[in-house]
Structure formats: structure tokens, C-alpha cells
Ligand binder design. Structure first.
Ligand SMILES: Nc1ncnc2c1ncn2[C@@H]1O[C@H](COP(=O)(O)OP(=O)(O)OP(=O)(O)O)[C@@H](O)[C@H]1O
Length: 257
């Protein structure tokens, strides 16, 4: 089943055409990687799909519904969640509190009920914490739950961001450079988490510069170059695609992966 469909997406910034007629679709539980040289349009594509940018042309469909006119938080409520290239955690909160923030988008009860500490709110908080701990367990960092988020290593924070994204119960999870800055061991840990998430039926779309990771993890790879689709295929097809290799010459070499 197609979970995310993007049709004819285009956007320009002044005279720069950052995206031009990009199409792709992602199936349920599929791991779909977007790659391309610097400036190819990957982040812009993420921003258009998640609603941060309003594209000049195109349509985005989530689980069969047209979400093109929805704002980012409305898309999140419908099941589209993303992480950002730069770490976006609340450093002074604990690890588990950071995950609980993610779950709030689905919680009922107004600000007044929270301020009054009504029993219904306390019960909801306890349930949210339990669920957050389960998610931390799933990404392998539950032992850190009550530690300050700002004291954690890069690899832990990257997994924390995924746990927080999972707390929104996504159908599509968009990860912007999920292993940037991670060492080999941390990369392997994040990779295992992504596989597990996809195994739960969540569609994963990722932008990543680590070609070794992409080629070993993705079901399909979409190569962008100068805002246009250069190729889409399984990692083995992309690795030996001559147009892709030419686009990368002088930059990262997918054939080396
Ligand atoms: N807000 C903006 N205003 C003007 N131009 C922009 C804006 N955002 C992106 N661009 C331009 O759009 C093009 C695509 O940029 P984008 O950041 O999406 O590429 P990228 O593939 O994510 O690159 P990188 O791998 O370096 O992160 C570039 O020419 C960039 O300068």
C-alpha cells in the first residue's frame, strides 16, 4: 500500500529553481532514501513534504488523503513526523520528558486542566510516561530515561530524537541526516532502530550523506540532482548507474559504498 505520494513537486526561490517536477511514492514499511550532491534539493524537498515550505507546484498525499494545504502540525497529527538535521532536543529536560513532549500532540485536556493538576491529567501523564519508557526501551536507551538530555552522547541523542518522533505515532517518519556526526558504532545502532521502525510498518524517508549506510539500509534510493530526479532504484541499481556516478564525481562516490 502506498503511504506517501509526492507528485510534480516544484519550488523556486527568486531565480533559483530548487525543485522541479519531483515525483515519488513510499510504501508502508518501506525505507526510502533521498540522496544527491550538495544543493541538490534534498532538504528543500523535506521542507515541502512536511509543510514548512509551500511549494510552487505539486501535491502531497498521505495514506490516500491530499494534505498539500495542511500546516506542519496538522500533517504531524495525520501521521507525518520529521526530525531535523541539527539536534532539536530540550537539553534541560530529562531524556524521558523529551519523548513525552512528542506524545502531547495527541493528548486531550486543556491548559487549565494541566494547571489545576486534575486527576485525569495525572493519569494521562502516567500513561504518557509509561509509553515514553517503552519507546526508549525500543531504541535501546531506557537506562538514560531520567538523565538530563543535554548530557547525552551524540548517538544517544540521535536515538532519542527517533523515540520522540515515534511518540507521535507516525505513519511516515522523515529523518534528516539521522547519523550525521555519529561514529561507526552509533551509526549501527541508529540503523538497527530504523530497521525495527520500518518493521513495525512505519514508512521511513531519509536524507543521508553516509552512502555506506544508505546502500545497506534503504529498500529504494532516489537520487536528486539540481532539483530534478536523476534516478530511482534499488541500491544495487543506483550504485552502478552511470548518470549517478557522473553527478557525484568530485563529491561522494556511491560506487565506493
Ligand atoms: N530558503 C532558501 N532561500 C533561497 N534559496 C534556497 C533556500 N533553501 C534552499 N535554497 C537553494 O535551493 C537549492 C537546494 O538546496 P537544499 O538545501 O535543499 O539542498 P540539499 O540537497 O539539501 O543540500 P545539502 O546536501 O548541502 O544539505 C540550493 O541552490 C539552495 O541554495
Amino acid at each position: 500500500m502506498t503511504m506517501l505520494q509526492v507528485e510534480q513537486l516544484g519550488i523556486r526561490f527568486g531565480g533559483v529553481v530548487a525543485l522541479d517536477g519531483v515525483d515519488f511514492s513510499v510504501g508502508e514499511g518501506e525505507i526510502y532514501a533521498l540522496i544527491g550532491p550538495n544543493g541538490a534539493g534534498k532538504t528543500t524537498l523535506f521542507n515541502c513534504v512536511s509543510g514548512l515550505y509551500i511549494p510552487t507546484t505539486g501535491k502531497v498525499t498521505l495514506a490516500g488523503s491530499d494534505i498539500s494545504s495542511l500546516r506542519p502540525f496538522e500533517r504531524a497529527r495525520r501521521g507525518m513526523t520529521r526530525t531535523f538535521q541539527n539536534l532539536q532536543i530540550f537539553e534541560h529536560m530529562t531524556v524521558v520528558e523529551n519523548v513525552m513532549v512528542g506524545a502531547r500532540i495527541h493528548e486531550k485536556g486543556g491548559l487549565l486542566a494541566h494547571m489545576l493538576g486534575l486527576p485525569s491529567v495525572k493519569a494521562q501523564n502516567a500513561a504518557t510516561r509509561r509509553h515514553a519508557l517503552e519507546l526508549l526501551e525500543r531504541v535501546g536507551i531506557v537506562a538514560r530515561a531520567d538523565e538530563r538530555a543535554g548530557d547525552q552522547s551524540y548517538g544517544v541523542v540521535k536515538r532519542l530524537e527517533i523515540a520522540r518522533a515515534l511518540a507521535t505515532a507516525p505513519r511516515v517518519l522523515m529523518l534528516d541526516e539521522p547519523v550525521a556526526g555519529c561514529n561507526a558504532a552509533e551509526t549501527a545502532e541508529v540503523e538497527a532502530v530504523i530497521r525495527e521502525v520500518a518493521g513495525m510498518g512505519v514508512s521511513v524517508v531519509l536524507v543521508e550523506h553516509d552512502m555506506h549506510m544508505v546502500m545497506g539500509l534503504a529498500d529504494r534510493v532516489h537520487v536528486l540532482n539540481q532539483g530534478k530526479t536523476l534516478a530511482v532504484g534499488q541500491p544495487d541499481e543506483i550504485r552502478c548507474n552511470e548518470a549517478v556516478i557522473a553527478a557525484y564525481l568530485g563529491a561522494t562516490e556511491p560506487a565506493d559504498a
